[in-house]
Design a protein around this ligand. Structure first.
Ligand code: BG6
Length: 484
């Protein structure tokens, strides 16, 4: 018998995507390339680990522009959302979604970053998409920058370390809210802002191997500070618009101590401070927390600020918290068995099972995380990503009986419902993903997260046709009945 769980009537259920993973059309209507679209596909069996696909030199990036090596760059093709968005939005509506989270590609709006005027063709595309969502009665949550800074900004200005990029981001973000405030209520200035530190440390800005690890880490905190400032400027401007809420997006993953040894328990607390709370703390209070000052001092990290930065951060904090949650881990000690995680390896937990990609499934960890965030910040919470990536093939009836996805979602929903009973103010959830997309971390099409199957393989071969999986119907029924 199905079990009934409780959710508020106005809970915002929906799905989440990102421009570089769905749109394709990388070279039309004036769009520039982002670094994400310059990472080649390497077959799983041919690569040692994911970092191989990321340690790119500036020369690799330049060679990729005209594809001199004849490689395949999956994020240039996505799932052809650019041309099929009407069909996809209709499917989301039919599934019963109330909200759709998507991102705008910076390189469609300001291809070089420093133009005076936005690219009209880019604005026109998003206006059409937003109109379609409005027509279908879908609320919108828009990520302004989901891992896709235009490459020309990195090439000419060196990326976030250059304060001129703050102004370029602000001009871009301001253009979006000026143009689209009537369609979009929820804005997320950056996707998984805490992973930016990893990205630049991993070489996505080119030539990272020329720097020492200490230099990379110090540089990434400077990049981050500039992103905090850019976000605060946007929040300040967004106050001119009614019916608008600006939130954050942090990659969360509950971490546990390896055992009850106080040394390890405290080490876990310190890891949590710098890997997650630091980001929420700065964005909710507008101040760098005290533990971060010690961390910076001990790691010889000096953040260069302008005099007005502190006040700007203080006056412009976020209005709600959103986060992604896929897995949990334990802290990694010497000799800890490791497993894969989102962009980095993590400590293995013997009490949990993992996906084919090594991501450890932990629904109770989600309840734990929701309680932690609510207790600490008392701001409305929104789960902006959660889901499971699996190798899947269509069966003879042109569908997929993805009971594992149904189980994954059901167990997470149950814990969300428990967290709401605990008193947590959770107001919405967008699953990753309503439709199969190109994987952000591994560039594979075959790591499928969708409720809807897309007929493309890792090399973008296929019809691109969409097929509903069993979970599509299950999710639709769940939103109507709250039965798992
Ligand atoms: C999050 C990102 O890190 O996780 C998404 O915001 C991403 O862009 C998702 O796709 C799942 O990760 P992956 O690497 O399996 O695609």
């Amino acid at each position: 018998m199905n079990k009934k769980i409780e959710f508020p009537k106005n809970f915002l259920w929906g799905g989440a995507t990102a421009a570089t993973q769905i749109e394709g059309a990388y070279n039309v209507d004036g769009k520039s390339l982002s670094v994400m679209e310059m990472i080649p596909f390497i077959k799983l069996k041919d690569r040692k680990d994911l970092s191989e696909t990321r340690n790119l030199t500036t020369q690799d990036l330049l060679d990729s522009i005209e594809n001199k090596k004849g490689l395949h760059y999956p994020k240039r093709y996505g799932i052809d959302f650019y041309n099929r968005y009407k069909e996809d939005i209709a499917l989301f509506k039919e599934a019963g979604f109330k909200i759709f989270r998507m991102s705008v590609s910076w390189g469609r709006i300001f291809p070089n970053g420093d133009e005076e005027e936005p690219n009209k063709k880019g604005l026109e595309f998003y206006k059409n998409v937003f109109e379609e969502c409005k027509k279908q009665g879908l609320e919108l949550m828009v990520t302004i920058n989901h891992f896709d800074m235009p490459f020309p900004i990195i090439q000419k200005y060196g990326g976030w370390k250059n304060r001129k990029v703050i102004d370029m981001y602000f001009k871009y973000a301001k253009t979006l809210i000026d143009e689209f405030s009537e369609y979009v209520k929820y804005w997320l200035p950056f996707n998984e802002i805490n992973l930016g530190v990893l990205f630049s440390a991993m070489g996505l800005e080119g030539d990272s191997n020329k720097k020492t690890l200490q230099e990379k880490i110090a540089g990434t905190y400077q990049d981050l500070h500039n992103q905090f400032v850019a976000q605060a400027k946007f929040i300040e401007y967004a106050k001119n618009f009614d019916n608008t809420m600006v939130g954050c997006m942090v990659a969360d993953a509950t971490t546990y101590s390896i055992d009850c040894n106080p040394i390890n328990v405290f080490e876990n607390q310190q890891k949590e401070q710098m890997k997650k709370f630091f980001y929420y703390d700065v964005m909710t209070s507008g101040e760098y927390p005290s533990y971060s000052k010690r961390f910076f001092k001990e790691n010889k990290i000096e953040i260069i600020k302008e005099i007005s930065d502190d006040q700007l951060l203080k006056n412009n904090t976020i209005q709600f918290i959103s986060f992604s949650y896929y897995m949990s881990s334990t802290i990694a000690k010497e000799n800890t068995e490791m497993t894969e995680g989102n962009l980095m390896k993590m400590g293995k937990n013997p009490f949990l099972v993992a996906t084919e990609w090594g991501w450890q499934i932990d629904p109770i960890g989600l309840r734990y995380c929701l309680n932690q965030l609510w207790d600490r910040y008392h701001l409305p919470l929104f789960i902006s990503e959660n889901g499971i990536g699996v190798l899947e093939e269509l069966n003879e009836s042109n569908t997929i009986n993805d009971d594992y996805r149904i189980e994954y979602l059901g167990k997470h929903f149950e814990q969300m419902s428990e967290a709401i009973k605990d008193g947590v103010n959770l107001f919405g959830y967008t699953m990753w993903t309503p439709i199969d997309v190109v994987s952000a971390g591994s560039n594979e099409m075959s790591k499928r997260y969708g409720l809807i199957y897309v007929d493309y393989d890792d090399y973008h071969k296929g019809t691109g046709n969409r097929f509903k999986k069993k979970s599509y119907y299950w999710f639709k029924n769940f939103m109507e009945t709250c039965e798992i």
